[in-house]
Design a protein around this ligand. Structure first.
Ligand SMILES: NC(=O)c1ccc[n+]([C@@H]2O[C@H](COP(=O)([O-])OP(=O)(O)OC[C@H]3O[C@@H](n4cnc5c(N)ncnc54)[C@H](OP(=O)(O)O)[C@@H]3O)[C@@H](O)[C@H]2O)c1
Length: 276
């Protein structure tokens, strides 16, 4: 389990939903995959108003119907809605699509110049007070953005930063990851399989074979071994969900980690935050 700054435990392996809700023909498979993930214990589900223009939130709403209390639900507000009133209205729309009365963690999806962080914070604080969201956080924030956030009134209540982090994209190890760790702010690693690219990596296939595991399991285990890192792979395939869940049982030894460092180099200097 990871821990929010409040001390609340959160599952380290969750489920992403980007690209879900786009095609009616895939609806049943997507709901079944999310339900299987919940059955197995991948109880955190990550979605956003942006995904399929609300379609992914509707899929999630259908998947968690009747089992809301099992789920730690994460959704996100788009920067274009991120004014004081706009954030609250966007959250209300998300709650309707998700068919629930609360979001466990509500994130600002990314930062744009015109977004007034202080206003978003006011909206998040009002939403927490009203019980519509339990925690709030940010996404695609680098160290400087986080520092600015923490200087604002109420900013220290930030509960997570969701950023791209995987074996191919290790830039945050240089500064953001240790910065968050020192402040006990969990990092949610999005695109943990590099949008599927890592599954096809020859280097990773070789290392996985030696471990009797699959590339996706090694990629996820590599993230999950780290304190307070949450991984949210997306899969609409039940076989892939089972495979990904088994990553929780895979232990990587010193030599395995060294082999991964040789194949997927650590950053030697500050890199711009990777984004999709
Ligand atoms: N905050 C942000 O700005 C942001 C940006 C991007 C993503 N995210 C979140 O992070 C989640 C995950 O990232 P992502 O969707 O970009 O990419 P990802 O999880 O790294 O990769 C997803 C791709 O990998 C495939 N896959 C999953 N498990 C597999 C397995 N065991 N074997 C083979 N292929 C497998 C999936 O296909 P199948 O469905 O066929 O399994 C899908 O094509 C998103 O869904 C979203 O919730 C957030």
């Amino acid at each position: 389990m990871a821990k929010l700054p409040s001390g609340e435990p959160v599952p380290t392996l969750g489920q992403g939903t980007w690209n879900m809700g786009e095609d009616r023909r895939r609806r049943r498979a997507e709901i079944a995959a999310l339900n299987l993930g919940l059955d197995l214990g991948m109880r955190l589900i990550d979605t956003a108003e942006m995904y399929a223009d609300g379609g992914a939130e509707k899929i999630v709403g259908a998947a968690i119907a009747g089992r809301r209390d099992e789920v730690f639900l994460v959704s996100k507000v788009l920067p274009e809605h991120a004014t004081r009133r706009g954030t609250i209205a966007a959250c209300e729309r998300s709650l309707k699509r998700l068919d629930t009365d609360r979001i466990d963690l509500y994130l600002l999806h990314w930062r744009e110049q015109e977004v007034e962080l202080a206003e978003v914070l006011e909206a998040f604080t009002a939403l927490v007070r009203a019980g519509n969201i339990r925690h709030w956080g940010v996404s695609n924030f680098d160290v400087e953005d986080m520092q600015e956030l923490l200087r604002l009134p109420g900013g220290k209540a930030v509960a997570a930063d969701q950023v791209m982090y995987n074996l191919n994209r290790r830039g945050i190890e240089h500064d953001l990851l240790p910065w968050c760790r020192r402040r006990r702010i969990p990092v949610m690693a999005y695109s943990p399989l590099d949008e599927g690219r890592l599954v096809r990596s020859l280097d990773l296939k070789r290392i996985a074979q030696q471990l009797g595991a699959t590339p996706s399991q090694v990629a996820l285990a590599w993230l999950l071994r780290q304190n307070n890192v949450i991984a949210i792979p997306k899969s609409a395939s039940e076989a892939h969900v089972r495979e990904n869940f088994a990553a929780l049982d895979l232990r990587l030894g010193k030599q395995d980690l060294a082999a991964l460092d040789r194949a997927f180099a650590r950053p030697k200097r500050k890199l711009p935050l990777a984004t999709t």
